[in-house]
Every structure is written in structure tokens, then in C-alpha cells.
Design a protein around this ligand. Structure first.
Ligand code: GLA
Length: 728
């Protein structure tokens, strides 16, 4: 049994994979957190909470000075009745007060995992894959009920958490803070890891010791953002890529989030995660309910790789959905960096012709095909093909592309409107804005108000018409600015602070509708590259454009960091021209290929401008990728050498039966008379011998324990890919 309740000890024991998570019903009413870590038979909760009279930690029960919520490790802490640490929730009553006291009411354990209404979430395909515990808490005075939902997966060390608020009282409630989870660690002897970044350098890994006070990763941008990612981890001081304890927290949400760790006076650490309470409130009328998005918590005693591999498998197979979830992804060419807005049918067909000869499978038409879109200053919202550029329409172009043996894909940006567009002239109130204030533009565009049902309905039909108008098998769904002046013309004053979350709910509905109406289309999400690389988007669209920065060296960090949480099958990676358009660097085509082949492979350059030699190299890259694609996209991924630590980077992909592997190695700058590197591989079968193409035969044990010698070479940006196959 994955989840049990012991009435004598009043303990819930959740077993997820090889991990235990234990909750104690303290004094029959408070949900105390007992333990989370490597599987144990039991941990006696009461003994973990010694009775101590702590100064300045007040007592809910005046007759007992040894009990304070301030010192009790908890599952969903309240504000206002003796706990001074960050609360998980905060609710205002009609009388203006904000003190509530949630106490245990009842619970339920059942097989499977319920859906989260209107929200993306991990799922099960068979009810035996997981068990769910629901604990209902109530505040008797206000009628507020909160149901904490825990799901423990059988196969993975993964527990998901979410909360549902219900107003069962007779007066209105206002949610001021409604996080998805909170958990208290008995000690703060951890490093905290998060993935900050910026446009063009998303998800760099930062790791530092936890310090007293609050450390947070958050977004107030209306999107999960380039600047932070909805993920944090706590890692034991001795934990590295391959060993040690790590706890991961990943938020299945695409909007404003808060992920924080508070280290308190007693050196305990409280992790909380959820919708960012900043500029958020939610009015809950009697009878209404509010579900929070889900947090996926992963425990690993195999270091960061162990944590990542759990996320990869879970997100690849039980978060992503649709026909492409398990299917090999096509090798594509995208015209963006080849032409930008300056193209016509002839130019595109010429690129497609040159492309088809190289074995590439999909041609993607990027921005600029609609309205009067000759630059980024107009036409978003006017999703009508530009006949000046494409006289035969999308359909005519797509058919020519198809005749060349290529599939046809299309770029759209359905969440935006240009002030210079027919749509905006007709519906100036359809964008996010607040009355009588200027509407700040970003890239000359405004954000459509997806908190409105009419706007979402209109966009669903508009996009559906475009997608039905031509044989389209791939869509790149872009989103190129963050939210300002967040407000909606359709909401009353007391609901204005619901706008940002309602926007995300609207977006999820639109994506759900579009992706289910067009199940044969592969969707890739994008937001100025990887500005919305989050689990929420992955639920609807199984892959994301990792970054607009396609420079091979920059990509080492971006892809390495991204892989902390997200599976390789989710990462779009393209070879682009040199000098690179983002950083001006000139790297060998081979190295660009190796970086891009470490993800969902493609090209983003003008093939017609390449030399015959370059085309030949590309042909070989494409052929090679087709051979290893299943291994790359669906194999087990190991990070070997961190690009954040020095001049080298390495990672590898191993097949499920360990009979095959692919190793990628990069050395950024050459050094004179440099030392040798020994690359210790992972995940191989120690008892088998492997043939490495071009290098000979090695034992799996030798490769893992003694390592593969990588001699220094002249020339910057050296890279290699080695294919390993078991010799039978
Ligand atoms: C964003 C995307 C790019 C490209 C442009 C088009 O920046 O990330 O890949 O599609 O928009 O305007």
C-alpha cells in the first residue's frame, strides 16, 4: 500500500517509490510534518516534537507553555495563531479579520489521482500507479474548508501536492495567499538550488547555502519567466550530481509563482510554493471553491541526477500528453534566423528545396506570414495570411513544402495584440489594462486579456481556422512580452487582483481546446525562447523552445540547467549560422550540431547560403541524429561534467536496457599543454563490454570507474559524440 493511516499513532505514511513521507495528526487537530526521506518502516511522530517552553513562542493553549505552533513542523501552517513563520495560506473574512485556524476534520485515501479542474497536472494511466490522500481541514468559525491533496506515485520518489479552498460558510471570504504546499525540514543544513536567468541565458544553475531568513525565487511578470523558473531544490551539503540527498520542488504553473525557503530561529527550514501572493487575491463567495495548482516534490538519494531522472520520466510520461508524447520528434528547419520578416513564397520554397535534400523532415514558417507583419511593430491579432508575401496562402505554400517531402509547421502568437492591428482598433478593451493609465508596450505589443471568456472564445476560433486552413503538423506557440498594468475591463473592482491567475486559467483552457481539436499537430511552446519553460506548458505542449540563444557555447549552460528538471524530449535545440546572431561567436558546425543533437534537433539558418561541404556535414548530422534520436529523446539522461564548474561539459544518454549509450563532450577553450581529462561514464552495465565507434572496446566497469581518456586538442570549441553499443 502506498498510503496508510494508523489510527493508534495518528500517522499518515505515504510511500512514493523508495521514499517515505510521514504526517502526524498532532493533538488530533494539527497537521504536523514528521519525516520525508529514504523509506522507513515508521518514525514515531510524538517523539520528534519535544515539549519545550520557548521564549517568545506563544501558546494556543494557555495551560501548556510547552506547546506553540511556532515550533511545530507543519504541513499547511496558518497565520495569526502563534506561528510566526511564513504561512501557507491567509484568508480575510467579511469582518476584515485575517485570522483563521484550520483543524483536521476528516480524510480519505483512494487509488489513482484525480484531475485538477482546469489546471495542468501530472496524471496516472491506471489507478494502480498512485494513491491519493485527501485531508480536509476546517475553520469552524468562518466555514472555510481546505482539502490538502497528496498523491504518492508507486514507481517514482514523487509526491504531488495541491490544496482546494471551499467556502462553506455564509459570508464571503477573500484568499490573500493560497499556496499549494508547505513543508518543514528539521534542519537547514542544505544548499538551495534554483534556476535564474534572463532572455538568451535561461536557467543557469545557482547553488548556495541556506541562510537564516527568507530566500525566494518568484515571478511577478505574469509568466513563469526567463528570470526565474518555478523550481527549487534543497541539496545536502555533500550532494553532487551522482550522490547525496536532494529534494526537488517543481510547480506545475505558468504564471506568477513564489518558491521560498525560510530558515527560522531554530535553524529549521520551511519550504513553501504556490501562486505568488503578490498582487493576488481571490474572492470566494459562499459555495464557491478554488483549486491551487500542483507542486511535484521529488526525493533523491542519488544526487541531482537521481532527482532529474525522476522528473524527466514523470514529466515525459505522466505530465505531457497527446500523440507526440511517446513519438520521436521530427528534425525541423525554422526560417526565423534565415529570413526574419523578409521573405516571400519563392524564398521559402527555395529554402525548403535545399532542406529536403538533407533529410530534414519538417519546415517551420516563423513570424511574419500574417496581416501587414513586415516587422515586429504591427499585426499581432490579425491572423489572416499576407497574400503579398504568400500569394497562394498557407495552403499553397504548405502543399509545395509537402511535395518536397517535408511536413509543414507554423508560428503563432495568440496571446498578443499589436496596437497597430485591426483587432485592437475593433476591441481596444480586449487587452490587459487599468482605467485611465497608459498601456505600456513591450516589443510594441499588448497582452490580450485571457481572463475574459469572450477573448478566449474568439482566439480559439481564430486559431482553429488558421490551423484548419492548411496541412499543418507542427505549431510554435509564442508569447513575447510580460504583463504590465494587470487589470481586466470585464472584472469588478473586488476581483481585479484575480486577473493574472484568471489569465493563466484562460490560457490553459484555450490550449486544452486547441490541442484536443488538433491532435495530429505537434505543439512547441515558446516565449522569447525559454521564457515559459515550465511544467504547466508541458502538460499541453510536449516541447518548448529552450532559448533564442542558439550559440553552441551558451547552449551548454542553458541546456545543462534546463535538464535539472525538464526532460530532453522537451528541449528544442537548433543549429544556427555563424557568427551567431545573439553573441557573435563563431563555433564549428560540428560543435553546434553536437549541442543541438542533445535535444529536439533542428536548424535555423539559410540553407541556400551554405557551401557544399557544410551541406554534406548537415546531411551526416541529420542521418546520425535519426539513428540516435530515440536514445536522446527517450533514454536516461546523465549529466557528467558541469559547464558551470569549468571549461568542459559532458552528458550522456543511456537506453533502458543499457545496451546503447551516447556521450557528448565539449571543451570550450583550448589550452596549451593541457592536462588529460578522464570522463567517468554512468548508467552502463559493469559486466558488459561496449564498442565505442572509432575508439575500440571497453568494459562498462572500466568506462564508469576508470573513465574514458579525453586527450587535449588544439582549437577552441572542441566537441565529440561517442556512440556505445554492447558487444554480445
Ligand atoms: C520570439 C521567438 C523567436 C521567433 C520570434 C519571432 O522571439 O522566441 O524564436 O519566433 O519571436 O518574432
Amino acid at each position: 500500500m502506498a498510503i496508510t493511516y494508523h489510527p493508534q499513532t495518528r500517522q499518515f505514511h505515504l510511500q512514493a517509490g523508495e521514499a517515505s513521507y510521514i504526517i502526524h495528526l498532532f493533538r488530533a487537530r494539527y497537521l504536523a510534518h514528521v519525516y520525508w526521506g529514504k523509506a522507513v518502516r515508521d518514525v514515531r511522530g510524538e517523539r520528534r516534537f519535544p515539549r519545550l517552553d520557548r521564549a517568545f513562542s506563544p501558546n494556543p493553549d494557555p495551560s501548556d507553555r510547552t506547546f506553540s505552533l511556532d515550533t511545530l513542523p507543519q504541513e499547511y501552517p496558518a497565520y495569526g495563531n502563534t506561528d510566526f513563520r511564513a504561512p501557507a495560506y491567509h484568508v480575510q473574512l467579511q469582518n476584515g479579520s485575517t485570522v483563521t485556524d484550520l483543524r483536521y476534520k476528516t480524510h480519505r485515501i483512494y487509488k489513482g489521482k484525480p484531475r485538477l479542474n482546469g489546471l495542468p497536472a501530472t496524471y496516472v494511466e491506471h489507478e494502480n500507479e498512485a494513491e491519493t490522500l485527501e485531508i480536509v481541514l476546517e475553520d469552524a468559525l468562518s466555514g472555510l474548508e481546505v482539502t490538502l491533496q497528496y498523491t504518492a506515485y508507486e514507481k517514482w520518489n514523487a509526491i504531488t501536492r495541491a490544496a482546494r479552498f471551499e467556502n462553506k460558510g455564509r459570508e464571503r471570504l477573500t484568499l490573500l495567499r493560497a499556496l499549494s504546499m508547505s513543508v518543514d525540514f528539521p534542519s537547514a543544513d542544505y544548499d538551495w538550488i534554483h534556476l535564474p536567468g534572463a532572455w538568451g541565458r535561461e536557467r543557469w544553475i545557482e547553488r548556495r547555502p541556506l541562510l537564516t531568513g527568507v530566500q525566494a525565487a518568484e515571478s511577478r511578470r505574469g509568466a513563469s519567466s526567463h528570470q526565474q523558473n518555478p523550481f527549487i531544490a534543497l541539496a545536502a551539503k555533500n550532494a553532487d550530481e551522482h550522490q547525496g540527498e536532494v529534494y526537488g520542488f517543481s510547480f506545475v504553473y505558468s504564471g506568477n509563482f513564489l518558491a521560498q525557503v525560510e530558515v527560522d530561529q531554530f535553524h529549521t527550514a520551511r519550504v513553501s510554493m504556490g501562486i505568488n501572493p503578490f498582487d493576488f487575491t481571490w474572492l470566494l463567495q459562499p459555495g464557491e471553491s478554488f483549486p491551487t495548482p500542483e507542486v511535484v516534490m521529488v526525493y533523491s538519494d542519488q544526487g541531482l541526477n537521481g532527482m532529474s531522472q525522476t522528473y524527466h520520466e514523470l514529466y515525459r510520461t505522466r505530465l505531457a500528453r497527446g500523440a507526440f508524447r511517446d513519438r520521436e520528434r521530427p528534425i525541423l528547419i525554422n526560417n526565423w534566423e534565415a529570413t526574419y520578416f523578409d521573405f516571400n513564397e519563392e524564398k521559402l520554397v527555395n529554402i525548403a528545396k535545399a532542406t529536403a535534400e538533407l533529410g530534414i523532415e519538417l519546415f517551420v514558417l516563423d513570424d511574419g506570414w500574417f496581416g501587414e507583419r513586415d516587422d515586429d511593430r504591427r499585426s499581432l491579432g490579425d491572423w489572416i495570411v499576407n497574400r503579398r508575401k504568400l500569394p497562394n496562402g498557407l495552403d499553397g505554400l504548405a502543399k509545395q513544402v509537402n511535395e518536397l517531402g517535408l511536413q509543414f509547421g507554423l508560428w503563432i502568437e495568440p496571446e498578443m495584440v499589436s496596437p497597430n492591428s485591426e483587432l485592437y482598433r475593433k476591441h481596444p478593451d480586449w487587452c490587459l489594462h487599468v482605467p485611465n493609465r497608459p498601456r505600456s508596450e513591450g516589443r510594441n505589443q499588448l497582452v490580450l486579456d485571457y481572463s475574459r471568456q469572450d477573448v478566449c472564445d474568439y482566439m480559439i476560433e481564430t486559431i482553429a481556422n488558421v490551423l484548419a486552413s492548411a496541412p499543418i503538423t507542427y505549431v510554435k506557440w509564442d508569447m513575447n512580452r510580460h504583463m504590465t498594468e494587470i487589470g481586466s475591463a470585464a472584472l469588478p473592482p473586488e476581483r481585479q487582483r484575480e486577473t493574472a491567475h484568471r489569465y493563466i486559467l484562460g490560457l490553459y483552457r484555450v490550449m486544452d481546446e486547441i490541442t484536443s481539436r488538433f491532435p495530429h499537430i505537434l505543439f512547441e511552446s515558446c516565449s522569447g525562447g525559454g521564457g515559459r519553460f515550465d511544467p504547466g506548458m508541458l502538460h499541453y505542449m510536449p516541447q518548448t523552445w529552450t532559448s533564442d540563444n542558439t550559440d553552441a557555447v551558451s547552449r551548454l549552460k542553458i541546456q545543462y540547467g534546463t535538464s535539472l528538471v525538464y526532460p530532453v524530449s522537451a528541449m528544442g535545440a537548433h543549429v544556427s549560422a555563424v557568427p551567431n546572431h545573439q553573441v557573435g561567436r563563431v563555433t564549428p558546425l560540428k560543435t553546434r550540431g553536437h549541442a543541438a543533437m542533445s535535444g529536439n534537433f533542428g536548424y535555423e539558418l539559410d540553407i541556400t547560403k551554405l557551401t557544399e561541404t557544410e551541406k554534406q556535414i548537415i546531411k551526416e548530422q541529420v542521418a546520425f541524429y535519426k539513428e540516435v534520436r530515440r536514445l536522446v529523446q527517450f533514454g536516461t539522461f546523465y549529466r557528467l561534467v558541469s559547464t558551470f564548474a569549468g571549461n568542459e561539459a559532458a552528458w550522456m544518454f543511456v537506453s533502458a536496457d543499457r545496451s546503447e549509450a551516447l556521450v557528448a563532450y565539449f571543451r570550450v577553450l583550448a589550452e596549451a599543454n593541457a592536462p588529460l581529462s578522464y570522463l567517468r561514464l554512468k548508467g552502463l552495465d559493469p559486466n558488459q563490454d561496449y564498442e565505442i565507434e572509432g575508439l575500440g572496446v571497453y568494459g562498462g566497469d572500466e568506462l564508469m570507474y576508470a573513465g574514458l581518456a579525453v586527450p587535449p586538442r588544439a582549437g577552441d570549441f572542441f566537441s565529440a559524440m561517442w556512440r556505445l553499443k554492447v558487444i554480445r
